[in-house]
Design a protein around this ligand. Structure first.
Ligand code: ATP
Ligand code: MG
Length: 178
């Protein structure tokens, strides 16, 4: 799985901004849509997933799948699987756990810590890298977004209108393995 170069970046100063971003990405989602979420511990990956699921109509809790590896959600229009590979013992372990059919195009998938699976995963539609940047008032949250498919690119092209994103300008800050 080659790193994808981010084309957009969006500030995420608070959870409202995360919610707004998720609200703009949620309409892109359909069966087979694949999103990777990278970034340090606590960078905001689960919060984004929670906002995404809420926008897609899920009303219950959203547990971090750090220990279960995967939490399934039966949404109105499709099924969504939320993975967290932080504790994957080795790159192939998700296959050994029987999750190969999650990628058959019938289920939407969100994966935190995809880099723990090495190069065993398919190219995602969107790859979000949650990060901090240094600002006058201290560190500020932001997310860089890359698209790996035409439908991912179509999704990103509609974003700047919906949220306060701008062209990514950080050479070498690709959404790559850490
Ligand atoms: N945009 C934001 N603004 C302010 N606080 C945020 C934002 N996004 C997340 N947080 C807060 O940061 C904390 C960690 O967030 P979260 O659990 O989403 O991180 P994570 O990237 O999933 O971490 P992990 O790698 O451990 O799974 C939570 O308390 C959450 O409320
Ligand atoms: Mg998390």
């Amino acid at each position: 799985m080659k790193p994808l170069e981010p084309s957009l970046q969006c500030p995420l100063p608070d959870l409202t901004a995360t919610l707004r971003l998720a609200g703009a990405i949620a309409p892109c989602m359909r069966p087979g849509f694949l999103i990777y979420l990278s970034g340090e511990l606590g960078a905001g990956k689960t919060s984004f997933t929670r906002a995404l699921l809420g926008t897609l109509g899920h009303e219950g809790k959203v547990k971090s799948p750090t220990f279960a590896l995967m939490e399934p959600y039966n949404l109105e229009k499709f099924e969504l699987l939320h993975f967290d590979f932080y504790r994957l013992s080795e790159p192939e372990a998700w296959r050994d756990a029987g999750f190969e059919e999650s990628f058959d195009g019938t289920i939407a998938v969100v994966i935190e810590w995809p880099e723990m699976a090495g190069d065993t995963l398919p190219v995602p539609d969107l790859w979000l890298h949650f990060d901090w940047m240094q600002a006058d008032a201290g560190p500020e949250r932001l997310v860089r977004l890359a698209a790996g498919t035409d439908r991912g690119r179509a999704c990103l092209s509609a974003l700047p209108d919906a949220v306060s994103c701008s062209a990514a300008h950080s050479p070498g800050s690709g959404c790559a393995a850490r």
